[in-house]
Structures are given as C-alpha cells and as structure tokens.
Design a protein around this ligand. Sequence first.
Ligand SMILES: NC(=O)c1ccc[n+]([C@@H]2O[C@H](COP(=O)([O-])OP(=O)(O)OC[C@H]3O[C@@H](n4cnc5c(N)ncnc54)[C@H](O)[C@@H]3O)[C@@H](O)[C@H]2O)c1
Ligand SMILES: N[C@H](CO)Cc1c[nH]c[nH+]1
Ligand SMILES: [Zn+2]
Length: 433
Amino acid sequence: MSPIHRLDARSPDFDAALTRLLAYDASQDEAIETAVREILRDVQARGDAAILDYTARFDRVQADDLSALEIPRADWLAALDSLPADQRAALEAAADRVRRYHEHQRAETWTYTEPDGTMLGQQVTALDRVGLYVPGGKAAYPSSVLMNAIPAKVAGVPELIMVTPTPGGVRNPMVLAAAALGGADRVFAIGGAQAVGGLAYGTRTLPAVDKIVGPGNAYVAAAKRRVFGTVGIDMIAGPSEILIVADGSTPAEWLAIDLFSQAEHDELAQAILLCPDGGYLDAVQAAIERLLPAQPRADILRISLANRGALIRTDSLEQACGIVNRIAPEHLELSTRDPQALLPLVRHAGAIFLGAYSSESLGDYCAGPNHVLPTARTARFSSPLGVYDFQKRSSLIQVSRAGAQTLGRIAATLATGEGLHAHAASASLRLDP
Ligand SMILES: NC(=O)c1ccc[n+]([C@@H]2O[C@H](COP(=O)([O-])OP(=O)(O)OC[C@H]3O[C@@H](n4cnc5c(N)ncnc54)[C@H](O)[C@@H]3O)[C@@H](O)[C@H]2O)c1
Ligand SMILES: N[C@H](CO)Cc1c[nH]c[nH+]1
Ligand SMILES: [Zn+2]
C-alpha cells in the first residue's frame, strides 16, 4: 500500500477528495480551553506564585521566587561561547542573513504638504515592549528565536522579553546563544499558558508587554487567543505545510525529502506534490517508499503522509497553480525549469521557493525571509511575520489656516448631516470671519 495518497485532478470526484484532504479540525479542544482559562485566571490573580506553581507542575522546575527563573545575560553569552565552532558560525551566518533581509522591510515615517500648507502623513513607531514565546516542550527551536527576535530589533523594539520552558531544568545552549545573537533583552525559563498570561497581565517580576509573538503548542495557542485584546498577538500558527508544483525536472529523491522535511514536524503536518507527469509521480512515490524507513522521524512521517499527504496528477502546470491558490499553502516550491513563468499565476502562499535548488528547508533556517508564516489557508489574507508586525502607524494632520477654511466647510456640512452639532461647531469656529 502506498504510504501517501494518489489523486488525479482530472477525475470527477477530485474536488471532494481534495476537500477531505485539506480538512483540518482547528476547533478548540474543550479540555485545553478549560485548563488554559483556569491558568490565565490564576496568573492574573496570583501573579508570580501561580507561574511558579505551574512551572513546577508542567516543567518540573522548582523555584522559590520567579526572579530565580530569569536567565542572566552572562549565561547566554557563555552558551554562545560554548557552542561548537560550526554551530556558532551557522547561527551567526543565519542571524546576519535574516537581519539583512528584514532591514528591507522597515517602514519609514512619511509626510506631504498640500498647496495651502496643510501637512499630512504617517508616523511609524516601534512597539515599546514585546514578549517572545520560544517553544521548548518537546524540541528546541533556536531558528525561531532568530526569526522572531531579529525583526523586532530591526523595527526598533527597545525591550524584548523572551520566555522559554526548560523541562526538567535543562537549558538549551543554542536557544540561549540565539537569544544573544537575536538581541533579546531578558530571558525567563518559563513556558505554556502561564508564561503567556504573565507577559499579558504583568506580575511582580514579569513586565507586561504590548504584544506576544512566537509559535507554541495547543496550550500556548489557546492562551494567545484568549489574551488577544489585552495585548496584540502575531498569529496562531497551525501545523506545518509544504506544497510542491513539479514538472518532473527535479530529481525525484530531492522532492521526496522536501515532502518529508515538513511532514516530519508533526503528525498533522501536510505535504502535497502536484505534477502533470504521472511517471514522475510514480518515481517520487518509489523514492518515498525507499527512503522513509531510514528516516529518524519515520513514525511521525508515516502518520502525516498517510493522513494528510498526497501526490496529485494534474492536467497541466497551469491547473496546478489553480489548485495552489485554493490550498493557499504555508510553503510553496515551484520546482520547475521555468518557475518565473508560473509566478504570476500564484496568488496565495506564505513563502514561494523558486527552482530546484530552493528547498524549503533553506527558508526555515537561513535564506533570510521569515519562517513564521500563515498556515491553514490563512495565506489568502495574511503575510509572513515581519518588521511591520513590530511597528505601528499614527496619522499626522497639521492643518494650515488656509486649509482650515476649505476643510472646515466640508466637515461642518458633513457633521450637520450626521446631526453632530459640536463637530460642526468645532470646524466652523476656525473659519475666518
Ligand atoms: N510555525 C512555526 O514557525 C513553528 C516553529 C517552531 C515550533 N512550532 C510548533 O510549536 C510547538 C511547540 O510545542 P512544544 O510542546 O514542544 O513546546 P511549548 O513550549 O509550546 O509547550 C510546552 C509547554 O506546554 C505546557 N503544557 C504541556 N502540557 C500541558 C498540560 N497538560 N496542561 C497545561 N499546560 C501544558 C507546559 O507549560 C509546557 O511548558 C509544536 O507544535 C511545533 O510544531 C512551530
Ligand atoms: N518549518 C517550520 C515552520 O512551518 C519552522 C521550522 C523551525 N525549524 C525547522 N522548521
Ligand atoms: Zn520546518
């Protein structure tokens, strides 16, 4: 039996089959919702003490005072120094490339002046204080530290408070080194809903932040959803996704492994390949069957490929791009001889990798663009995490005396039409007699 579904976009039941494949139950788990509601309520009521209790319970880390769970900067710098030379060089190279890319995104304040001397514009400012959640329950993600911290710092956020759980008290040196390279200001060894609540409400030890960014498990996601409004959040990222459009010119093994690269994240991850060449799909399927047993994460791969993976035969590359827009994937590889020719047909994808050498894995670590991307079809309306998520805009209005004559009359007429007489009077008072 094939370890991955085979579908044909030319068959009459394809639409229904694709809908079944894409179905992802994002409904909230009641037990998780109840637990998170209680944790947040408790953190709001008891602050540090509640965070300490949950950290002892979920992460097996005991402390009498939350300040003991702050990891001092000297420890991050020591972690950076202790890294093997190749790891340190890779982390530094990735940080440099991510920084260089994000520097292009910085928005600047702009103004223009009208002929009557009225100045209008937009002032761009960075957020004051941001909380960065770095997952640490089952795996450590130094790359996610860089992807979240660097755009915040490029935006000019003066205070970046990072939280990361350290199960059993084990601190990951690469995560701490990435905090040093990414520009974190403080780091606390706490995680889960209790850390999100602490950052949102503030406690005696944890400063309240303005926005919380960063991925996390279902408890973290539920907590971020609940504190939204008290603070800003970046997004709720779902399981990873990769969608590949191929013309058969890339070695089949390369694409089999590219599919594995996202499927290995999670049993719920989604890996799909679209190609008009049935023989090539057979070759990729054979490569999957050959390579899968030796994969260290074969158990996860088997489940994600069987439940949510597919090799889909299409009529043409153009039809494949139509399907891409329907799926709106987090990551899209256009693994064709002339990917630029397909690019204008693609409207919805978080990140687009063009050509056989642009494997999605390079984007996860070091190409430069952010790896925090919209999932679960949200690329239809949202964008990668970026510098703009850490900046906000204020409108600027400086009306000249001449401008007040024109604008005052327009505003007074509209205000009277709305029945808002103080508005009308405020505009009219500034009219020359
Ligand atoms: N989209 C991205 O860019 C990206 C990047 C990295 C990681 N991720 C995702 O982030 C997630 C990380 O999850 P993780 O679990 O490894 O780490 P995590 O830090 O998100 O979660 C660990 C915390 O969960 C809480 N928790 C665990 N069990 C609990 C329970 N029964 N009740 C209450 N709280 C509980 C604990 O407080 C613990 O500290 C994964 O799903 C991974 O795929 C996504
Ligand atoms: N592919 C993930 C986002 O979907 C990000 C990541 C981190 N490390 C490896 N990959
Ligand atoms: Zn990845």
